[in-house]
Design a protein around this ligand. Sequence first.
Ligand SMILES: C=C1C=NC(C(F)(F)F)=NC1=N
Ligand SMILES: [Mg+2]
Length: 219
Amino acid sequence: MSRITAKKMRELLPVYFIAGSNNCKENLETVVEQAIQGGITLFQFREKGNDALHGEQRYALAQRVQRICQENGVPFIVNDDIELALSLDADGVHIGQEDEAASLVRERIGNRILGVSVHSVEEAKQAIRDGADYLGIGPIFPTNSKADAKRVQGTVVIEEIRKQHIAIPIVGIGGIHVENANQVIRGGADGISVISAISEAPAVAARVRELRRAVSHAQ
Ligand SMILES: C=C1C=NC(C(F)(F)F)=NC1=N
Ligand SMILES: [Mg+2]
């Protein structure tokens, strides 16, 4: 299988749901099923933080959620944990600047999808050289979902990357919800990634449909 094209990657980014068991009041499988009904375009399994699962329980949960994604044609991305991604034959991985070097991860995962978090134009250029298929840029707005989030940056970095005619698929992250999603797309992102806007919604599928509409109206 060859590397995903930028066009296909861009089509996966409009509403990118990221979650682990500790982001959900009820069980993660139910929330993912409902989010898929609402039309998420990509899912990232991000099981981290003080009450995250480990070992066999972690593997079993990831496997169950991966199956739900596979049954519905939604690619399954694993955050940080390359071993877990490879053992599940996940569709891809997402890594941050503090994780293993992107160039090494690219070697280990072959042609699977590689997403990299970046916070500057320089980091973006390096991630592209290392073989990233998409960039996660933020936090765009203040966020409660990531304890060690970097300084809130709005869309300035995304805008600067586009000003330099860098066309790599980009997803914004950090405090994004229905009301501010349009700013992220107008700033030059191809999609939004969200945790609590979906995982804490009273009606998950309806909220995803609202997010899909907000993104498509801004494009
Ligand atoms: C810290 C993160 C930043 N960006 C992304 C994504 F949205 F996937 F690009 N995922 C993360 N886990
Ligand atoms: Mg990380």
